[in-house]
Design a protein around this ligand. Structure first.
Ligand SMILES: [Zn+2]
Length: 85
């Protein structure tokens, strides 16, 4: 799935809208079967989705990567610096 700006004149897929779509969400089956959104509806959708999907904190992402690699934070820092002390 990918989202692109479009130049073709297609209507926004939000039923109550009716404006010209600016973005299309490719589902792999052609423009008519994509989800097409105008600027305003795309922004509203983004805002609503952000309420559902809270990004992980960078600290948690680092901690998970270290855990997955089975090395300590000290070792990770040591490798990054090339073993210099
Ligand atoms: Zn719209």
């Amino acid at each position: 799935m990918r989202i692109e700006k479009i130049a073709q004149r297609v209507k926004c897929d939000i039923a109550s809208c009716g404006k010209t779509a600016v973005y299309t969400v490719h589902g792999g089956a052609g423009l008519a079967r994509n989800i097409n959104l105008c600027e305003q509806c795309a922004r509203e959708l983004y805002k609503e989705l952000s309420k559902l999907f809270v990004p992980k904190s960078p600290q948690n992402v680092v901690a998970k990567a270290v855990k997955d690699a089975s090395i300590s934070l000290y070792e990770a820092a040591d490798k990054k610096s090339g073993g210099r002390k």
